[in-house]
Design a protein around this ligand. Structure first.
Ligand code: ACO
Length: 333
């Protein structure tokens, strides 16, 4: 038995902020942002919480599959920007959605959060512990961005997506394989200084602006290029797939140059690499479900396609998932 994706959707807040919005506030240029990252614009929601971004995606998943919220067994929300430290955003979303029979939890894996959650959900399905898992990845990065810090604030956006995982008797489709890695030594290069139990909020932490993303970009860049390329290549190799067999690489959207290096290592041509960083920036746990959802919406993925999902983020956390696509849109129509 395998876990298959039976519905997928995404949501981003409606308000769009292009690079020129930043040039009026900080010392940056549209040219710097585009050439160093690939980003042209991103969406921010300055009101509401993460679950307000995820709720429309979750509702659309239910609508697509033709089920009611009370049929959901379990909800996993991958995020580093939950509505509150507690209760979990999974609990808040469960209530908003009306999924009264679901339990669930949040999962903190930063940019790899969605892959960690997808694999966790798939394993629960394979173990028979759940039949309808709602797996979501998303972040409201605007909540933890220092809009005076040009080295970080231009990189991120708000958004997220949701998939429904269900069991399939056939072994032909679904989550085929995964490689998930972590190296906590990366903490020094990418973290949020205050707000957790180590450094609880005080007037001092707020004055010092310690509740925001702290990133040493170059150090993270070097590890990301190697980490994402390594696991993406390794998952192809150990499943005996060549570049011709892979329909799409769906990479975490942090930086176009990291994505290019990963595709090159896999021997994939550019037309097989899903990229939307120019419109959304880095939505952290949201990038991969948003990419997957856009591919599906625009009819660029068909049943049987081999998809390699790969990511690198804070922790460090990184990984790849080999997913054999299971939904045939034509059959559904
Ligand atoms: N506008 C103009 N100049 C800038 C900006 C800006 N927005 N930001 C930085 N600069 C300047 C720097 O100050 C530096 O100037 P200096 O040479 O005078 O000191 C110069 O540009 C070069 O800065 P670098 O940091 O070396 O630029 P780099 O090419 O490395 O690009 C970036 C920076 C985009 C952050 C890149 O390092 C990167 O993508 N890193 C990886 C990000 C990532 O993958 N993060 C993981 C996921 S996020 C998560 O998990 C939450």
């Amino acid at each position: 038995m395998k876990a298959i994706v039976t519905a997928i959707a995404h949501h981003v807040p409606p308000d769009v902020y292009d690079n020129n919005w930043f040039t009026k506030r900080i010392d940056t240029t549209d040219e710097w942002i585009q050439t160093r990252t690939g980003i042209k614009e991103r969406h921010f929601a300055f009101e509401g919480g993460l679950t307000d971004i995820l709720l429309p995606a979750a509702q659309e998943v239910l609508r697509q599959r033709g089920i009611t919220a009370d049929e959901i067994d379990c909800i996993i929300v991958a995020t580093v920007t939950p509505d509150r430290v507690f209760p979990s955003s999974a609990a808040i979303l469960q209530h908003k959605l009306g999924a009264k029979n679901a339990w669930g939890f949040d999962l903190s894996g930063a940019c790899s959060g969605f892959l960690y959650a997808l694999v966790t959900g798939a394993k629960m399905i394979e173990a028979g512990a759940a039949k309808k898992m709602l797996v979501l990845g998303g972040d409201k990065m605007s909540a933890i961005l220092n809009f005076d810090d040009r080295t970080t604030c231009v990189l991120f956006g708000d958004g997220g997506g949701a998939v429904l995982l269900e069991p399939s008797e056939s072994d032909d489709y679904g989550v085929v394989d995964h490689i998930l890695r972590m190296d906590g030594a990366g903490e020094v290069h990418l973290h949020q200084k205050a707000g957790g139990s180590l450094r609880p909020p005080t007037i001092e932490t707020v004055t010092n602006r310690e509740h925001f993303v702290y990133q040493e970009g170059q150090a993270v860049f070097k590890s990301a290029v190697k980490g994402m390329a390594d696991v993406s290549y390794e998952i192809m190799e150990r499943n005996h797939l060549t570049a011709d067999d892979v329909a799409w690489l769906i990479p975490h959207q942090a930086n176009l140059r990291i994505i290019d290096a990963t595709a090159e290592r896999m021997g994939l041509s550019k037309d097989k690499v899903m990229i939307n960083i120019e419109r959304f920036g880095n939505t952290t746990a949201g990038t991969i479900p948003i990419c997957l959802s856009e591919l599906y919406q625009t009819d660029r993925v068909k049943r049987g396609d081999y998809l390699v999902l790969s990511s690198f983020g804070a922790g460090y956390t990184w990984g790849s998932v080999l997913l054999r696509w299971s939904i045939d849109k034509k059959e559904k129509a």
